[in-house]
Design a protein around this ligand. Structure first.
Ligand code: CAA
Length: 393
């Protein structure tokens, strides 16, 4: 039997603030139940002025490195669709902030919300070639849509860092995967825009169609039967999307998608997405965090994972949970990252959204407002200047 490869450790980070969707509903004169019930979203994470995908990625990776050291880590892959530079990878900034050794390759991957899953699979390939190596995979995104657009209710921000290794202590990445790629304009962001262009209805239909195709490929390649999964994690732009997707998966497998069945399969996987919002590349792994962070012992259980990135690329794969996973993770710390956010009102959110950074090379200092271990301190000469925050004793 070949050496198992998978997630050896995992940690999450998110923005400093949370915005209750009641604030957005009141501003837009929308019935809040459209958000709470129709989209299944209660809150969204909002980054502080001195937070971005780099600071969140480093904040998520820090505890993983503190627990595991850097020995054997020769690759960092940072998956994002909200990159801060067209050329230099965000992984290089994170490498510097984390003080990692120089004998490392650090790259950024992009394919909308899917790229974290590609990083996971590429990492498994590196480890298969040399089981002594470990790979740091980080998914990090800040999802912002046009102000006053229908997408605004589905915003969010988070990062998930995962250490990929042989003989993992959290979950084995099973070898069968179902894939589906198709060239569709459902959601994209041209280089000259800071927010995406989105055809919301098409994006939902494309997601569901991609799920059907990826599942067909997965089963054709000898994947698990629908009854063999303990739970399901879906890429989660909003939690009702996971419900729509799971209902479709059950139906194509001849199973009635009753409310009870959907809740039983999805309640754990959607609970953090409901209050963090869409974190694009991180959203699927936030769902996984929700599954791992529950009372029930998942040892030996298989979790179905559906990754979707608009445009579109999708993958259905599975993870099998390893004995002792709870002792490896620090779920209390991860929970604190979510529940320790500071609520803000609409005016504060709007102020953060409308703030701009110089694009002419002049210097701007960012207010020290984030509470994470790293911050974006300034922009100067077109460079982003990050710093570690010294913790007060
Ligand atoms: N009480 C309860 N439910 C209500 C309600 C109320 N008062 N008012 C409306 N609803 C329901 C609607 O019936 C609808 O439910 P169904 O989907 O079951 O029909 C739901 O609330 C949403 O209402 P609308 O369809 O009218 O919402 P909208 O037109 O404002 O747009 C959206 C919703 C298309 C998701 C929009 O927020 C959007 O474009 N979001 C960004 C794109 C996106 O997230 N796409 C998801 C798939 S693509 C993907 O997954 C990649 C990615 O991350 C972007």
């Amino acid at each position: 039997m070949s050496t198992p490869i998978g997630i050896h450790d995992l940690a999450v980070a998110t923005g400093r603030y949370s915005l209750d969707l009641a604030e957005l509903a009141e501003h837009g004169n929308v019935d809040v139940d459209k958000y709470y019930i129709g989209l299944g979203q209660e809150k969204q994470s909002i980054v502080a002025a001195d937070e971005d995908i780099v600071t969140m990625a480093a904040a998520a990776a820090r505890p993983v490195l503190d627990r595991n050291g850097t020995d054997g880590i020769r690759t960092i892959m940072l998956a994002t669709e909200t990159g801060i530079d067209q050329s230099k990878s965000a992984a290089v900034y994170v490498h510097g902030l984390l003080g990692m050794p120089a004998d490392v390759r650090a790259v950024e991957l992009k394919q909308a919300c899917y790229s974290g899953t590609s990083a996971l699979q590429f990492a498994a390939g590196i480890v298969a070639r040399n089981p002594e190596e470990r790979v740091l995979v980080i998914t990090s995104d800040v999802a912002w849509y046009d102000l006053d657009s229908s997408g605004e209710a589905t915003q969010g921000a988070a990062a998930v860092a995962m250490l990929i290794s042989a003989n993992p202590k959290v979950a084995v990445l099973d070898t069968v995967a179902g894939l589906h790629t198709s060239d569709v304009q459902d959601f994209w962001r041209p280089n000259y825009r800071s927010t995406p262009v989105v055809d919301g209805k098409l994006s939902i239909d494309t997601y569901l169609s991609a799920l059907e195709h990826a599942w067909a490929d997965y089963t054709a390649r000898g994947g698990h039967g629908i009854g063999e999964f303990h739970g399901f994690c879906y890429h989660q732009p909003f939690s009702r999307m996971a419900y729509k997707a799971h209902a479709r998966l059950l139906e194509i497998n001849g199973i009635e998608a009753s409310r009870e069945r959907l809740d039983a399969d999805l309640a754990q996987t959607t609970r953090y997405g409901r209050i963090i919002g869409n974190s694009y590349s991180a959203a699927l792994y936030i769902a996984l965090f929700g599954v791992l962070d529950q009372q029930e012992d998942l040892t030996g259980e298989t979790i179905g994972m559906f990754s979707y990135g608009s445009g579109c690329v999708s993958e259905f794969f599975s993870l099998t949970v390893v004995p002792g996973y709870r002792d490896t993770l620090d779920l209390e710390r991860d929970r604190e990252a979510v529940f320790g956010r500071e609520p803000i009102d609409y005016a504060t959110y709007r102020g953060l959204r409308e703030a701009t950074l110089p694009t002419d090379g002049s210097r701007a200092e960012l207010p020290a407002s984030g509470t994470g271990p790293y911050r974006l301190a300034a922009i100067d000469g077109h460079s982003r200047i990050y710093e570690a925050i010294e913790k007060q004793p």
